[in-house]
Structures are given as C-alpha cells and as structure tokens.
Write a protein that binds this ligand. Structure first.
Ligand code: NDP
Length: 490
C-alpha cells in the first residue's frame, strides 16, 4: 500500500492491514468472528449518537473573546466585570429551540444565545436567547410549553394549533409570542441578532451590596432578518444557512462583534418597582433602567470539530463566579438545577472534563471522584474526603455572597396577580416599537400560523390580541375570516 499519511490502526493502536475487505472463509464468505476490526468499526458506529438536546438541538457556535471597557467595580467583585481591557476567552452556541438537530436554521423560533466565559475565577455561563423575555415565567409550565413546539404524540407531526391552544390559555406568553411572530422571529444568522441574558441576575460587591442586573448583547453587524417567505425558501434550499453564515464570516476574518451592556437596579427597588423585576415575561423599560455599555464580545475562531466542541458543549446558568449571583426569578431558579441535570444525562457525570467545558483558566479542586468516563487522573493519590488533615482543598469564606433577603409564606402563588397588567408591554410593543409595516407582517405571520387551529382556539387567542390593541385584534380576526364585532365582544 502507498504510505501517504499516517497508518490506520484500531482504537487501541493495532495496525490495520486491510480496511476494504472483511475477513471471510473463502471469497464468497461467510465473515469470521475474529475480524475484530470489522466488529469494532460497526460497534462504534452503532453507538455514535448521543441524545440530542431536548430543546435547542440544532445549533452552531464559535470561540471568541470578551473585553471589558467599563469596570463595574462599584457593583461587583467579579474580575470578569472589573478588569478593564483584559481579553477573556469564551465560546458561544446559537440554536433554534423546537426543531431536531437536523432541522432548518431559519425556522420561526427563538434563538438560543449561550455563552461561556473561561474566567480565572471559574467558568461563567450566560444561557440566554435573542429575546429579552420568554413565554412562561414559572418552570412548572416549561415542559408543557415545549411539548407544544414539538411533535404531536399521535401523528408525529407539528401542527400549530397545539401552540395556540397553550398560548391562548397562558396569557403571560403573548408578549414573547409577539416577538416571535415579528420580523425578529426569523433572524438571518447569529451575526445579525441581539442576545439577552433574559433573566434577572445579581451583582454583589465586597461591601455586601447587591444590585439586580440584566445583560444585553447588541449586534454590531446590525439586525437582519429573513421575511417569512424568505425563511421558508432558505429552509428548503439550505437548512444550515445560519451555521454556514457564521463560520464563513469567521473563516474570512470578518469577525462578528456585539456591544455588551447591563441594566442595573438597586436591590431595594425590587420591592417597590411597578413591574416585578423577576418576571421573565416582562422587560425593564430602558427609560427606567438605562443601558450601561460595559464592553465588547467578538467571535473569531471556528471549532475544529463540531461534535467535540459544539455538540458536547454544555452551558448552565448555575456557572457563576464570585460577584455574580442569581435572583428570585422562578424560571432561573429551576434552570440552575435543570441544565446541569440535563448535561449529566446527555453527556455523563464527568461532562465538565470535556475540553470545551473545562474551566481552563481556573484551578479546579474538588472532592468528586470516579464516575463513567473519568479521564483526568481522578486527582491521583489526593485524599478524597473533607475535612482532612492532609492538605486537601478547603472552603474559603472570603467568597461568601451577602445574605439574600427572602420573606413570605410557602405556597403556590398564582400568576397573574389581580392587579397585574399583562397587556401593557405587549401594547407598547405594538404601538411604540413596531412600525406600520412591522405590525402588518406580525398580523400576517400570526394568521398564517393560526390557520390550522380550531375555531374556538382562534377566537380565544383573538380576544387577547384585542386586549393588546383593537387594530391588532381586528387584523387577525379579519385574516382568519372571523366576525370582528363578535370577536371584540368576547
Ligand atoms: P424603548 O423604546 O427604549 O425600547 C424599545 C426596544 O425595542 C428597542 O430598544 C429595541 O431593543 C427593541 N426593538 C426595536 N425594534 C424592534 C423590533 N422590530 N422587534 C423587537 N424589538 C425591537 O422602550 P422600552 O424599554 O420602554 O420598551 C418598550 C417595549 O419595547 C417593551 O414593552 C418591549 O416590548 C420592547 N423591548 C424592550 C426591551 C428592553 O429591554 N427594554 C428590549 C426589546 C424590546 P434592543 O435595543 O434590545 O434591540
């Protein structure tokens, strides 16, 4: 054989003499069981797929840097938010939510905007979306909501009436539904969309002060979306359009950038602010809490191998560094638990050892041992319990977060409260944010999607649109051929 390139071996390094013909008794077979190379090849192939993510299965990503330009040292001790000018390496993964891992990038769907910063104080993950809000605000509704985006258990099809049934019975969703069916529901690619941490997090400093914080990433490439027709067409012609767009741009040295900003709210404001700042279905209006620019994020390196670096990347809101904390946001509270839980199922208990997930810039010292696929030496001879008298790693109280004030009686508190304005921010979105063309396309996109819904679901949903704005309700009703006077009176 020609000796071009390295020699082919088994997984254990034994040279392979023939990779084209299996070992058979005579030229017509049968195959001998001792052909361990053939068996290894097929056995590995049979096991190559790991479970795809339950949500956000279709994605793509890249590496880059975050550079702070304005220190937040008054608010936090986190080095990543106080050391100006330092490049912090990071990885990003962008995704659709409901489709399987081979589905089209341009589907109308929120986009995941997941970031992992490899800081010297450990990994900090911000697992956001391209929208500042979400459909539900209590994780107890999350799996029900996601099922409406997935396949019908009977037919394995994806009729839209399932989502409209759920949304019309979950009015807290309508703000995000309006984002989803607006132009920004079909971004061209990650390069042309904003990202939002979405949840309210907290920043705390050495003086024990806490501020609530929201993170915003504004694209410096400008917002670019596909029209509904274009998105459908591209889905057919090039379902991986957005993935290719990002990697091609990086390949060509055209590195995408985002302006990074925060909104900050003093801790006690939360008690009196007119909007519940921990409600994931509402924004903090910029007029009340202006954006403060703090830095820039740039993506500048493509992964070498998709499976190793992107499919196996694991982002989790529980990864915070000293100076950054959580908030009472009910969705965040559950995501802190369920993301790491999902990774342990999908990738295994030692998933933090996969190179893309490693805290590369921090000194990792734990008492975790063993478990499937342990590959890092398992801390060698180091003692595996704590406290111990053999110099094992110890807790450091200097990293204590200031106590969080919590009060209230345990109970299952219903949303919305009696005095809650569910339609105020959706109304602002309709009247103030969208222009006439944007409103028209929003109505058209909704009408198209609601076409397969039974009449009672359509009517229930239209009643919500009327509460947002009369023109909105009338537009959707007319589009669906429903008597507008009757719908308005619902
Ligand atoms: P502002 O006028 O200060 O902000 C409106 C924001 O809407 C813009 O800053 C922009 O956010 C976003 N926006 C602009 N065009 C579109 C579009 N076509 N589709 C989706 N979003 C768009 O007002 P407020 O802060 O008082 O918010 C008013 C309404 O704006 C809210 O009720 C909410 O519906 C929407 N909104 C508010 C955001 C916030 O964080 N306050 C963020 C996004 C939307 P961006 O700069 O992030 O692109």
């Amino acid at each position: 054989m020609a000796d071009q390139g390295p020699r082919l071996t088994t997984a254990f390094g034994n040279p392979i003499s023939d990779n084209q013909n299996s070992l058979t008794a005579g030229s017509r077979g049968p195959v001998l069981m001792q052909d361990y190379h053939l068996i290894e090849k097929m056995a590995h192939f049979n096991r190559e797929r790991i479970p795809e993510r339950v949500v956000h299965a279709k994605g793509y990503g890249a590496y880059g840097t975050f550079r702070l330009t304005r220190s937040l040292s008054e608010f936090t001790r986190a080095k990543v938010l106080t050391e100006v000018g330092k490049d912090v390496p990071m990885v990003a993964r962008f995704s659709t939510v409901g489709g399987e891992s081979g589905s089209a990038d341009t589907a109308r769907d929120p986009r995941g905007f997941a970031l992992k910063f490899y800081t010297e104080e450990g990994n900090w993950d911000l697992v956001g979306n391209n929208t500042p809000i979400f459909f539900v605000r209590d994780a107890i509704k999350f799996s029900d909501f996601i099922r409406t985006q997935k396949r019908d258990p009977r037919t394995h099809l994806k009729p839209h009436w399932r989502r409209w049934d759920f949304w019309s019975l979950s009015p807290e969703a309508i703000h995000q539904v309006m984002f989803l069916y607006s132009d920004r529901g079909t971004p061209k690619s990650a390069r042309f969309m904003n990202g939002y941490g979405s949840h309210t997090f907290s920043l705390w400093n050495d003086r024990g002060e806490r501020h609530w914080v929201k993170f915003h990433f504004h694209t410096k490439q400008g917002i670019q979306n596909f029209s509904a027709d274009e998105a459908d067409e591209v889905a057919g012609k090039d379902p991986d359009y957005s993935s290719a767009d990002l990697s091609t741009a990086i390949e060509q040295g055209d590195f995408p950038k985002w302006k990074v900003s925060v909104q900050l709210m003093p801790e006690l404001d939360a008690d009196t602010y007119r909007i519940n700042p921990f409600d994931l279905t509402k924004v903090w209006p910029h007029g009340d809490y202006p954006l403060i620019e703090i830095g820039e994020m740039e993506l500048n390196r493509n992964p070498e191998n998709y499976f190793a670096e992107i499919e196996q990347s694991a982002f989790e809101p529980s990864n915070v560094v000293p100076g950054i904390g959580f908030s009472p946001d009910k969705m965040l509270q559950n995501r802190v638990l369920s993301y790491a839980d999902a990774h342990r199922y999908r990738l295994g208990v030692n998933y933090q050892q996969i190179p893309v997930n490693q805290a590369k810039n921090a000194d990792v010292q734990t008492y975790h041992r063993d478990g499937a696929m342990r590959t890092d030496g398992n801390h060698g001879a180091q003692v595996d319990y704590e406290p111990n008298s053999f110099g094992g790693p110890k807790q450091d109280p200097s990293f204590s977060e200031p106590p969080l004030r919590i009060q209230g009686d345990a109970g299952r508190y219903g949303w919305p409260g009696d005095d809650e304005d569910l339609y105020g921010q959706p109304k602002l979105f309709w009247t103030k944010v969208l222009d006439e063309g944007g409103r028209k396309r929003l109505v058209e996109n909704i009408v198209t999607s609601m076409g397969d819904s039974p009449r009672h679901i359509q009517e229930r949903m239209i009643a919500h649109w009327f509460k947002v704005h009369e023109d909105f309700g009338r537009g959707v009703a007319q589009g669906l051929g429903i008597d507008t006077a009757q719908a308005a009176a619902e």
